[in-house]
Design a protein around this ligand. Structure first.
Ligand SMILES: C[C@H](O)[C@H](O)[C@H]1CNC2=NC(N)=NC(=O)C2=N1
Length: 103
């Protein structure tokens, strides 16, 4: 039996890959094509430091978040624009964001 799963970074996801992320506060968007999470930090500088760190991670992955910052809150939505859905890159970036936030 040949393995037919697409190993490319932008292939669709196995749901089990998402379970650990649900454990750290990520939610599936209503539209089912994105992951969402709101990060709350001690203050604005911590929030901005988080975004600066994640900017490096995003560039390293060439995969970028949709996000907004108000004071000490950063709201994040992760989806793969090129495929219009969730891929491994979204999971990788979510994990890196949790690490950057100290999860
Ligand atoms: C040309 C460039 O490599 C692509 O547009 C990259 C950039 N960052 C990206 N970020 C996200 N979230 N999805 C993409 O499909 C994507 N594609």
């Amino acid at each position: 039996m040949t393995d037919k799963t697409d190993k490319s970074e932008k292939s669709a996801l196995d749901r089990s890959t998402l379970l650990p992320l649900f454990g750290t506060g990520w939610k599936m968007a209503e539209s089912k094509d994105a992951l969402e999470k709101t990060f709350l930090f001690k203050d604005f500088k911590q929030a901005f430091a988080f975004m600066t760190k994640v900017a490096d991670d995003a560039e390293a992955l060439n995969h970028h978040p949709e996000w907004s910052n108000v004071y000490r809150t950063v709201k994040v939505r992760l989806t793969t624009h090129d495929t219009g859905g969730l891929t491994k890159l979204d999971v990788d970036l979510a994990r890196r964001m949790d690490t950057a936030a100290g999860y």
